[in-house]
Write a protein that binds this ligand. Structure first.
Ligand code: UDP
Ligand code: MN
Length: 329
């Protein structure tokens, strides 16, 4: 039986993330299948785009934790619906899977995750005795699915989302088996570099998967013509990772969305797709995008175009150079 990466989207907004995620997995040459679970909230035009990028698009019924009180504590009213993630255990046509949130990006080949067993996940940056449920290795099984559903109805979730539920269900994760602790480099929270900059400087170059947690998703942010995120109060590292996301989105996802007859998107209006999620930043109107150049002259001047076709590698190189300078200091 085959193995697969699995993600979830319940609306057109998160679908933009899913499309960019799939693009990133293909870019790093994965040999595994790409699966996207969708619910009825995803529009038809978007569904067609997802079918182009993913090997399988699987319709699932929405699940909601209906736990307003805990979601309020988390300040994320939108996350009850992440219970739908649990449906991934029903994908029994696959022998093993790695679930990835739609807001993650693969930077380099990471198929070795399939050598891990259920249930493997990386520590949560906010509370490291819990795992973060944005990246996890699991084995589809209807028995496990039924058990988690039963557990959910009896115990609920301490945060109102899937992460609280899964941490309570797989409650021996913190202490039982260290091989089920994925390195943080497989789920590096893009904003975690605030809290432990020396560690980022030392290990940042090993990061394989970046996760844009929180309400400010990459597809809600304005980027200028150079692909620079127009967002204040953010560290340079976070901006670099946002640039990576934007580069794949604007070169390989946006053209596809624009072509889709049922779904029109322009540089100025793509963020309206996500109007149900309140952005936590002040968006600035972006200038018109400049055409990609990536000319040799640009490289020789030391100013390669970060929106051009080679730009993903350019940005990675820029990140590595920044880290190398800090390392040698
Ligand atoms: N998700 C979704 N629709 C929603 C909210 C979440 O499809 O309205 C899915 C999507 O795959 C997303 C995951 O659930 O990546 C977890 O939510 P999110 O990434 O927003 O949580 P965070 O990582 O910020 O805690
Ligand atoms: Mn996430």
């Amino acid at each position: 039986m085959s193995e697969a990466w699995v993600t979830l989207t319940t609306n057109d907004s998160y679908s933009v993330g899913a499309l960019t995620l799939a693009t990133s997995l293909k870019r790093v040459g994965t040999t595994r299948q790409l699966v996207c679970m969708v619910t009825k909230g995803v529009g038809e035009g978007m569904l067609n785009c997802l079918k182009q990028k993913f090997d399988h698009v699987v319709q699932v019924e929405e699940l909601d934790s209906n736990d307003a009180a805990n979601l309020k504590l988390l300040d994320r009213h939108d996350l009850g619906i992440t219970f739908t993630k649990i449906r991934c255990w029903t994908l029994t046509q696959f022998s093993k899977c790695v679930f990835l949130d739609a807001d993650v990006l693969a930077l380099s080949h990471c198929d070795e995750l399939f050598d891990r067993d259920e249930f493997s996940a990386a520590p949560d940056a906010g509370w490291p005795d819990c795992f973060n449920s944005g990246v996890f290795v699991f084995k589809p099984s209807l028995e496990t699915y039924t058990n988690i559903m039963k557990f959910a109805s009896e115990t609920g979730s301490f945060d109102g989302g899937d992460q609280g539920l899964l941490n309570s269900y797989f409650s021996d994760w913190p202490h039982k088996d260290i091989t089920k602790h994925l390195p943080f480099t497989y789920n590096m929270v893009a904003s975690a570099t605030y809290s432990y900059l020396p560690a980022y400087t030392k290990f940042g170059k090993n990061v394989k998967i970046v996760h844009f947690i929180g309400a400010t998703k990459p597809w809600l942010i304005h980027f200028d013509g150079k692909g620079e995120p127009q967002i204040g109060g953010t560290e340079q590292h976070t901006k670099n990772h946002l640039q990576l996301w934007w580069q794949l989105f604007s070169n390989e996802v946006k053209p596809m969305l624009e072509k889709s007859s049922a779904f029109k998107v322009s540089h100025e209006s793509y963020q309206f797709m996500s109007s149900h999620v309140a952005p936590t930043f002040t968006a600035c109107p972006p200038p018109p995008p400049s055409p990609p150049t990536d000319s040799r002259a640009d490289w020789e001047r030391g100013s390669p175009d970060y929106t051009g076709t080679a730009s993903f590698n350019n940005i990675l190189k820029k990140i590595d150079e920044t880290l190398a300078v800090k390392d040698s200091n």
